[in-house]
Ligand binder design. Structure first.
Ligand code: PMP
Ligand code: GLN
Length: 383
């Protein structure tokens, strides 16, 4: 026991809801549709490539910005998908996951007192990342229930201190996606300002109903003021690998690397060597949207036998639902109770609001085997 006191930099923060709900799911042997991770196997070809890399001796530090052939493969992919020229030498950095890429981008830019516009509900790491850097989150609610951005609210929130806007499309937890009109609004808002954008695009391939993913990288005027963050965990069903990357203009990237090199320095080498080969197989990522769309549609069909009101999901592997026809408990109480009593773990969406706004909505992860989804829906139909 130490007699020394540390004044918390994050006094409002406890253990993340994902950890809490996964622990509860394990304790009560519940079907876990809470934390976002697939329960089906990843590609055996990709794991074989990692083994091959290890057997060939690729087991030492890779270069600080990342394994060059992987950065080159990423640049080719970005040119193919988004018609954007990204320099692998100066504009791509491999990171230990998307969360780390976002944290590093924020830490690279933010100074005490800077304001950051952030939408809620939003991925739970953003606001603590802002606060730990001494900056101020300026929270804007997405419009319930379709979770669109109200650009007039954004315009009204901009002040001379606004340093950054954080975007996430496809969106966790709601499955909303940015449309071309949103991008136009964003362009109008930020032109002639020094606002920097951090765009979390970890679900870039998981977009449904023939909608196009609006990567910031498609728009040179926006890309030149952005850090765009990605995660291999989402693309290749390997969330435990914690590997991702950040794309940003050379001047931003050189500052980003100053922070990165004294934090983790470099990432797991064998998986980078393997991904450099695997990424060239376009089908490996182009098939992801239809693969998960089928799961969304299957889950939606199953959920018709329940009393949940399903909201729309246009992307990601999440879908939200209202439960007001079932209960008037708070979403947290409801999520905990159905995990314990009915054996299905979900995430209460209030966890994605700093002030715990409760619209009586829970999030399901449908990136699961069909049998898992069927078992969960059968249990949910009894509530
Ligand atoms: N952003 C969002 C919106 C996510 O859902 C996730 C997945 N947890 C991440 C970032 C982080 O991905 P990673 O696991 O690669 O850190
Ligand atoms: N991204 C995942 C989710 O939203 C889990 C991330 C985590 O556990 N930190 O469920």
């Amino acid at each position: 026991m130490s007699h020394l006191h540390i004044q918390s930099k994050l006094p409002e923060v406890g253990t993340t809801i994902f950890t809490v709900m996964s622990a509860l799911a394990a304790e009560f042997k519940a079907v876990n549709l809470g934390q976002g991770f697939p329960d089906y196997p990843m590609s055996a070809e990709l794991t074989a490539l990692v083994t091959e890399a290890m057997n060939k001796g690729y087991n030492q530090y890779s270069p600080m910005p990342g394994w060059m052939p992987l950065r080159e493969a990423i640049a080719e992919k970005i040119a193919f998908l988004y018609n954007a020229a990204v320099n692998p030498e100066t504009e791509i950095t491999i990171t230990p996951g998307g969360t780390y890429a976002i944290y590093t981008a924020l830490t690279t830019v933010l100074r005490p007192g800077d304001e950051v516009i952030v939408f809620e509900p939003g991925y739970d790491s953003y606001i603590p990342n802002i606060i730990v850097n001494g900056a101020i989150p300026v929270r804007i609610d997405l419009l319930f229930p379709d979770y669109r951005i109200d650009w007039e609210k954004v315009r009204a929130a901009i002040t001379p201190k606004t340093r950054m806007i954080m975007l996430n499309s496809p969106h966790n937890p709601t499955g909303a996606v940015l449309r071309e009109e949103d991008i136009q609004q964003l362009r109008n808002l930020v032109q002639n300002t020094n606002i920097i954008i951090v765009s979390d695009e970890v679900y870039e391939h998981i977009v449904f109903d023939n909608v196009k993913h609006q990567s910031i990288l498609r728009y040179p005027d926006l890309a030149q003021r952005s850090f765009v963050c990605f995660s291999f965990g989402k693309v290749y069903h390997c969330t435990g690998w914690k590997l991702g990357y950040c794309i940003a203009p050379a001047a931003f990237t050189s500052e980003f690397r100053k922070v990165h090199q004294f934090n983790c320095f470099s990432c797991h080498t064998p998986s980078q060597v393997a991904l450099a080969t695997f990424l060239r197989n376009k089908e490996s990522y182009l098939s992801l949207g239809s693969f998960l769309q089928q799961k969304r549609d299957y889950f939606l069909q199953l959920m018709k036998s329940t009393r949940f009101t399903m909201l729309d999901s246009k992307g990601s592997y999440f879908i939200c639902a209202q439960y007001d026809r079932i209960s008037d408990e708070s979403d947290k109480e409801f999520a905990i109770r159905i995990t314990k009593e009915f054996g299905v773990a979900v995430i209460p969406v209030s966890a994605f609001y700093q002030d715990a706004t409760d619209n009586k909505v829970v999030r399901f992860c449908f990136g699961k085997k069909e049998e898992t989804l069927a078992l969960a829906a059968e249990r949910l139909s009894r509530i």
